[in-house]
Design a protein around this ligand. Structure first.
Ligand code: THU
Length: 137
């Protein structure tokens, strides 16, 4: 994937941090997912007084893209940015959702406000995952 597109995706994820609804943690996270048609879909974390219903930025971006009509497993890359010391790393629930809605080789770009970035594939982030084929008997 072109460097310019990677940088754009990261900067859009950083921009999406501004949309976060984080009255409990004050920890803003932004995400941006790139579809096959070159469109970018944004996400932010959205918290809840009951804590459990909180939605991470990565899932908001993926769900938003699906709701906009993008077919599952057609995403090229997803970027996520948070104000962390080391580049942010997605939670286990988001990794499970990425396995379902992305491809094994979809790139996950993980950044912080210092401009550092780690890149891994969805499969690398969740080896041995329970997937749709795991339900086959
Ligand atoms: N969070 C994300 O949105 N993405 C991550 O990758 C890590 C955690 C959110 C959930 C919660 O709103 C806040 O960050 C603190 O955990």
């Amino acid at each position: 994937m072109e460097l310019a597109i990677q940088q754009k995706l990261l900067s859009q994820a950083k921009e999406a941090m501004k949309l976060a609804y984080v009255p409990y943690s004050q920890f803003r996270v932004g995400a941006a997912v790139l579809d096959q048609n070159g469109r970018i879909h944004l996400g932010c974390n959205i918290e809840n007084a009951a804590y459990g219903p909180t939605n991470c930025a990565e899932r908001t971006a993926l769900f938003s893209a699906i709701a906009a009509g993008v077919a599952p497993r057609t995403f090229t890359a997803i970027a996520v940015v948070g104000d962390t010391i080391d580049p942010i790393t997605p939670c286990g629930v988001c990794r499970q959702v990425m396995i379902e809605l992305c491809n094994p080789d979809t790139l996950v770009m993980m950044g912080n406000l210092a401009g550092e970035c780690n890149v891994m594939t969805v499969q690398e982030l969740l080896p041995g995952a329970f997937t749709p084929t795991s339900l086959e008997r």
